[in-house]
Design a protein around this ligand. Structure first.
Ligand SMILES: [Zn+2]
Length: 169
């Protein structure tokens, strides 16, 4: 119960992130947040009873985390590409990072020049450009689309009906 997810809203009621009940109760107790929705029931301690929050709101406006640029890491690139080899289209866990224009030929380590490639395609392409290797990219690589609420795990949105009203459709 203490580890149930709690939706944290910014001062302007926009979803900010998700924390656990334990953290939410501490924030409320310290007057650092107010409870908007009671999840279900109460937590009992030795001498007190706390309502279990489901949605809390911060009293101050917090700068949104999505202003931060996504870091270019292997995992972020694989996630952007849907864990799919961008040459053959195979979905695999054994992905490698491919520089479309090879680095030793001046290719940059940027979102526009890195793609997910399976081991087979990476070996086949080797130090060549896609044109030289006769391999076609499925998508033109670009920085990942930053969904405003992508940091709120979607399984929560399906299970917590009382959160729905805080997400614009
Ligand atoms: Zn492949």
């Amino acid at each position: 119960m203490i580890n149930r997810p709690v939706l944290v809203l910014n001062q302007n009621y926009e979803p900010l992130n998700v924390c656990h009940v334990r953290r939410a109760i501490v924030l409320i107790y310290q007057s650092k947040a107010e409870m908007l929705e009671n999840g279900a029931g109460f937590v009992h301690t030795a001498d007190r009873m706390f309502p279990i929050p489901s949605v809390i709101r911060l009293p101050h406006l917090v700068k949104r985390p999505f202003h931060v640029n996504r870091k270019l890491t292997r995992m972020e690139v694989f996630a952007r590409d849907g864990h799919m080899c961008q040459y053959c289209g195979r979905q695999t866990r054994q992905l490698t990072l491919d520089h479309v224009i090879p680095r030793f030929r001046g290719g940059q380590h940027t979102w526009e020049n890195v793609v997910s490639a399976c081991v087979t395609c990476n070996r086949k392409k080797a130090g060549r450009t896609p044109e030289e290797a006769g391999m076609k990219l499925r998508h033109t690589p670009a920085p990942p689309h930053t969904d405003r609420y992508s940091y709120i795990p979607s399984q929560y949105l399906q299970s917590r009906r009382e959160w729905e009203r805080y997400f614009p459709h």
